[in-house]
Each structure stands twice: as structure tokens, then as C-alpha cells.
Design a protein around this ligand. Structure first.
Ligand code: ADP
Ligand code: MG
Length: 268
């Protein structure tokens, strides 16, 4: 192929934003000649490469916009360690149907049982499905809303928080929420009601949310909206963090205060 033609093709790729094909043009052409590809096989390879590359780029962008605290997948989750979770329920959630239907998810359980892990894994699944997700902690969310209220930009902030198809709010219940915080949280939940999914994690059962929000009336108004279309997963069991520590020999058996006696006595 002549150099002017190669340059022209490079220019076409640029104008059509076929960046990956543009970058690999000469190699693709060389290999096609070597392998004696048919016209259709060549086109298949070239367009397939660009589609794949665009998919990867968009996925990376969605994942970075979601601001996950870490990247953990469902494949990395040890289901045997947490038998109180029915894997079928989580696998159904992983299809993304709940997001398409604007339904909510509550992951409830004590510390270390994998709530954040599962929340992130489902968020990553949403990104893979081409949906926008956003991860925040309850404390971070309430601080952001409080700041927006103070700066007279609450409406703008609520709009932004309504855009992602899936909003993950981690760690409800660790820090008590004041009256203004509860009010702002209620406004957000109302705004997203039946429009976009919320996935919440909490170390407190919903019965204790009156205390978490400092007001039983507002807590029940929040729960009323959240639970109307929702999947609740109650996780019971031992902390995975403690298991890891024990395995590493950092924790003596009798030091595992929140572990059942028979597990605490397990050597190693
Ligand atoms: P929680 O949010 O419930 O406090 P995390 O999801 O943060 O707990 O889990 C604590 C750590 O243990 C994380 O590193 C997480 O990946 C890991 N973990 C928890 N449960 C499991 C599990 N069943 N299989 C694999 N890793 C787990
Ligand atoms: Mg957590």
C-alpha cells in the first residue's frame, strides 16, 4: 500500500473517531495480507476491534465516575463463607433488572460480612451493563447535601444525584444523622423514588432506623419509599476481616470477641 493512501486512511480513522483502528492500521493490513483474509473477515476484525476498544473505554469511564472505594467482583466473593446469603438473590440482582425497574436493594448485617464488597460488585455490574452508577457513604452524602443547602445549590445537587441509574449509599447507621441531615436524605429518596435505584448498606436493622435518623416519623417516611419496591438481604455471620486476621495469625483465638466460640477456637 502506498504511503499517501495509508496516510489518507489514518485521516479517515481520525475523522470517524476510529482511534484504535487508526493506531493499528499498518499492523492490521499487514496481518490481513499475511493471513490472506477475505474481505468480510477483514472488516469483521477491524470493526470488532474498534467496538471492543470503545466498550472498554466507556466502561473505564463509567467505573471511574462511579468513585468506588475499591474494585471487588461477585466472582471474588466466597459464598460458602457467608451461607446466610442466597447466591441466587445476588445473581438475580446482577442481571441489572432491578435497576431497569427502578427498584431498591438493602444489604443489612454486622461489620465485615461483605456488604460493601457486594455493593461495589453490583455497581461494577451496572457499569458493565452500560448503566451509570455512583458510590457514596451516608456520611459523605449528607455532608455534600448540607454543603449544597448552605451554598444555595441544593436543587442542583439533588438533580446530579438523581442522574445515575444506581446510587449506592454505604454505611447507614455508623454515624447518627441530625435533623437537617435526615430531612435532606428524605428529599433525595423522594426525588429518586421510582426513577432510579438506591442500593443501601447498613449495620442496623431497619427497625433501628428511627434512632439512626433521630426521628421515627422521618425514618418511616424514608423506609416507606425505599421498601416499596425493594430486595432486602439480611446477612448474618462472622466478619471476613476477622477470619483473614486469624489466618494471618494476627489475632489469638480468644481475642476474637465478636466471633462464635467454636470459630474463635479454630487454630490458624
Ligand atoms: P462490610 O461492608 O460488611 O463491613 P466489607 O464488604 O467491607 O464488609 O468486607 C470486608 C473485607 O472482607 C473486604 O475486603 C471484602 O472484600 C472481604 N470479604 C467480606 N466477605 C467476603 C466473602 N464472603 N468473600 C470474599 N471476601 C469477602
Ligand atoms: Mg462496609
Amino acid at each position: 500500500m502506498s504511503t499517501p493512501q495509508l496516510e489518507r486512511l489514518g485521516g479517515y480513522c481520525e475523522r470517524l473517531r476510529l482511534h484504535r483502528v487508526g493506531a493499528e492500521l499498518s499492523t492490521l493490513l499487514e496481518q490481513a495480507a499475511k493471513k490472506d483474509l477475505s474481505y468480510s473477515d477483514f472488516l469483521d476484525e477491524v470493526l470488532g476491534l474498534e467496538v471492543q476498544s470503545k466498550h472498554e473505554k466507556h466502561l473505564a469511564m463509567r467505573v471511574s465516575m462511579a468513585r468506588f472505594p475499591f474494585h471487588k467482583t461477585l466472582e471474588a466473593f466466597d459464598w460458602k463463607f457467608q451461607p446466610s446469603i442466597n447466591p441466587k438473590v445476588i445473581k438475580e440482582l446482577a442481571t441489572g433488572r432491578f435497576i431497569a425497574d427502578g427498584e431498591n436493594v438493602l444489604l443489612l448485617g454486622p461489620p465485615g460480612v461483605g456488604k460493601t464488597h457486594l455493593a461495589v460488585a453490583l455497581g461494577l455490574r451496572a457499569c458493565e451493563l452500560g448503566l451509570r452508577a455512583m458510590f457514596t457513604t451516608a456520611a459523605g452524602l449528607i455532608a455534600t447535601l448540607g454543603k449544597a443547602l448552605y451554598e444555595n445549590r441544593l436543587e442542583e445537587r439533588l438533580k446530579l444525584l438523581t442522574q445515575p441509574k444506581l446510587l449506592i449509599i454505604d454505611e447507614i447507621g455508623y454515624i447518627p444523622i441530625d435533623r437537617q441531615g435526615a430531612n435532606l436524605f428524605f428529599q433525595l429518596v423522594s426525588r429518586r423514588y421510582e426513577r432510579g435505584s438506591i442500593l443501601l448498606t447498613s449495620n442496623q436493622s431497619v427497625g433501628a432506623w428511627g434512632e439512626v435518623f433521630g426521628d421515627t416519623v422521618i425514618a418511616s417516611a424514608i423506609l416507606d419509599r425505599l421498601l416499596n419496591h425493594a430486595t432486602t438481604v439480611n446477612i448474618k455471620g462472622e466478619s471476613y476481616r476477622l477470619k483473614e486476621k486469624r489466618r494471618a495469625g494476627l489475632l489469638r483465638a480468644n481475642a476474637a470477641t465478636d466471633a462464635p466460640a467454636e470459630l474463635a477456637a479454630t487454630p490458624g
